[in-house]
Design a binder for this molecule. Sequence first.
Ligand SMILES: Nc1ncnc2c1ncn2[C@@H]1O[C@H](COP(=O)(O)OP(=O)(O)O)[C@@H](O)[C@H]1O
Ligand SMILES: [Mg+2]
Length: 158
Amino acid sequence: MLDRISALAMVHKTLHHSPDIRRFDLGTFARGLVQDVLALSGRENIKVIDCIEEVDVEATHATALGLILNELLTNTIKHAFANGRPGHVQIAVRRENNEVVIEIFDDGPGFDPGAVQGKTLGRKLIERLSHQLDGTTKWTSSGEGTTSITRIQSDPIS
Ligand SMILES: Nc1ncnc2c1ncn2[C@@H]1O[C@H](COP(=O)(O)OP(=O)(O)O)[C@@H](O)[C@H]1O
Ligand SMILES: [Mg+2]
């Protein structure tokens, strides 16, 4: 799992290597982050289903999106697959017209997304950063697993 500072460092490294400093390739970043988060967790019984497309966003959105992704992925490893529980996590990143969509599905035990006392720093950060990008993150969860859908406003870059 990546702490917040390391996630930020990774965003900056990606931006630094970008051929065009105005754009940030969220898809490639997401794929690298998934690999790093999983490798650092040392877990071998979590299977990743990659539905990540190449999506360019404005570089000014990179930090917020990178932190949102890191919090969501870390929650999946930490909570959905706690105590060595094996499972699957599906990650989708795609553009839908003027929106960028990040969808993360796990087959963990689920939780109650409406429980106010369950909203600690990670989820508050995700919600605030989504808001900052004129978007939302919504969770649906049951005994079958958890899905989070993040939608943010992002005009295609020509
Ligand atoms: N994918 C998930 N599967 C199961 N529980 C989750 C998941 N994501 C979040 N949670 C629950 O929501 C709580 C709040 O998450 P968060 O605000 O990130 O805080 P933290 O990760 O520090 O506990 C978690 O403690 C956990 O109980
Ligand atoms: Mg968390």
